[in-house]
Write a protein that binds this ligand. Sequence first.
Ligand code: BDP
Length: 603
Amino acid sequence: MEKELLYPVMNQYRFDQKLDGLWDFQFDEAAQGDAQGWPENGLSAAIQMPVPASFNDFFTDKASREYTGDFWYAKRVFVLSTLKGRTIALRFGAATHRAVVYVNGQEIRRHEGGFLPFTADITAEVKFDQENLVVVKLNNELHRDALPAGDTTVLKNGKKMAKPFFDFYNYSGLNRSVHLLALPQDRVTDYTVTTSLVGQTAHVAYRVTTSQATAQVTVTLQDVDGTVVATGHGRQGDLVVDQPHLWNVRAAYLYTLHIQLTTADQVVDEYHDQIGLRTVKIEGHQILVNGKPVYLKGFGRHEDSIYAGRAFDLNVEKRDFELMKWMGANSFRTSHYPYDEEVYRFADREGFLIIDEVPAVGFKMAAASFLGGLDQSFFDGDWTTALYQKHLDQITDMIHRDKNHPSVLAWSLLNEPDTSSKSAVPYFEKLFHDTKDLDPDQRPRTFTLNEDDTFETSYCKQFPDFYLLNRYPGWYHKWGYEISDGEAGLRAELDQWQASDIDKPVVFSEFGADTEPGLHKLPSVMWSEEYQIELLQMFDRVFDSYDFIRGEQPWNLADFQTVEGNMRVNGNKKGLFTRDRQPKAAAFYLRQRWHQIHNDFKN
Ligand code: BDP
């Protein structure tokens, strides 16, 4: 059960109920909850907290907003006896960063990692036709041997404080929906589809895993009209579709895959999902979707909005997709962690490509430099052994969860790790080796290279299938009037990539300027709306000069919250849109450019 991450569906065999709403909530500064019997009795002095939400921004006092340590949620959940005989489970979409789940006083499951779902089988504990006490202990401390990486310090007044080695606020809580599931004991536990194209025919290789070995498996594929276009029998096989409607970039087409389990001619389980038929491949400098080259236009993003912090919010997501479509975008990166599953479902429907990133961020001591970090190589640290296992676990779960989405183009295994020290190499060798066969679709694997990790300095250039470059000339160096030198430096680096025998695409996955909306200056100064446009224009000139650059994803779609600091004015302001999703002047500039660039620009 623990490994089952299928997106929940409701039908006559499967029950799915969202437990969203107000939960009991309590901080546990002294870590006394267990000793005081909170798992058995509930929280001793609870307040109410919305789920899904990050707790932080609801509070009006700073100690609560910044709270770091253990904190608890509890809810009484009535379970109907009509669900008896099935496997009863709780499914948490995301719990930051580690969780212990208790039901009716019994510990059921522990989980680490704040950005991926997990299930807890509560069948043995659940009481039917009664309220069940669901209690979850969370902990949001940051550590060097955990993802995302950081430190937790204790202030002189005794308060713990999170010190992220990354530039987004450590929003914490039950950030995604919680589900109560009741599933047949004889059930589909996972499925995989991969498509290959031969002429005018698509071959969809499928594999279904089940909880028990005896059931018969039947798989059908239906088009949008509900017509069955292919049928398969058995746990694995090939669905052959002649003249398929392919899933294309910004022109999606989704088929519905139905999986049916029968034993002794009785249907015991059904599962359905929408899938797209497409191939992705890197060939030379090209990123190919269905064999056609694509140029990525899009954004680095964050799950971030006012009030609920990092909570998944369908309304914000809908708005973000409308903004991205308005811009003429066709892609985004889930910087710096896997997003809620609904995001991938939106992208599947809208034909967006996703670079799916694991929360391996902050693997660079100097990344904490603007926070006062140390100047040593991250991979020299003795914490990397413990970290490695968590890193691999989370990549495994991300690929497991997201492997069937046509929108997922590539896996980003790290953001801006320190690769300019040789000590990174063994870690990378092992990581790229151990993750090679996790994805049945063999999508390309990559990571973003920070400004310090250049063509000359990075020891890990051999690993990615294509390059993601995060570059900030015009902002973190050679800024303002010196931007022309920034451009020259960028060109000098790109000339080295061009002259090399590396035959792989380069995508600019970050570049940008913090911009205060409403600040206008002629001539421009940094932070003004005019300067943001000039900086984008500089990058665009450069992108258009090199054929191997196959995508541009400015940082960021929208302004977002970070730790407070002398480099940040209430968060990171590099958004093309404000935090409440209204355009800055640069959005109009870039929109015009992107509408003139076809998806297959440069080919
Ligand atoms: C990059 C990071 C990103 C930051 C960005 C910035 O990948 O998380 O927000 O810089 O400083 O280094 O704006």
